[in-house]
Unconditional design. Structure first.
Length: 80
């Protein structure tokens, strides 16, 4: 309910999905933010954190508080 009041559109990615589903969700929705559980597994048993690092290798060179700048998803500004 709070998300609706804030004007947030929620797009979910089920645990049975793979990294391609995450990529599609981030690309097609032009999401500005991502909230995820890093240790939650995807279909191939890799964690979501591992999948995100494969999709966004820039994350490995960033520090907490850095402005998010990801070439593949230029619209993405926040990861929680």
């Amino acid at each position: 309910m709070g998300a609706i009041k804030a004007g947030v559109t929620i797009v979910t990615v089920a645990d049975k999905e793979n990294v391609d589903a995450v990529d599609h969700a981030l690309s097609s929705t032009k999401a500005k933010g991502l909230i995820f559980a890093p240790d939650a597994p995807l279909a191939n048993k890799e964690t979501r954190a591992v999948a995100l690092n494969r999709l966004m290798p820039e994350l490995s060179k960033m520090y907490l508080g850095d402005e998010l700048s990801v070439k593949r998803y230029p619209h993405l500004k926040h990861i929680i």
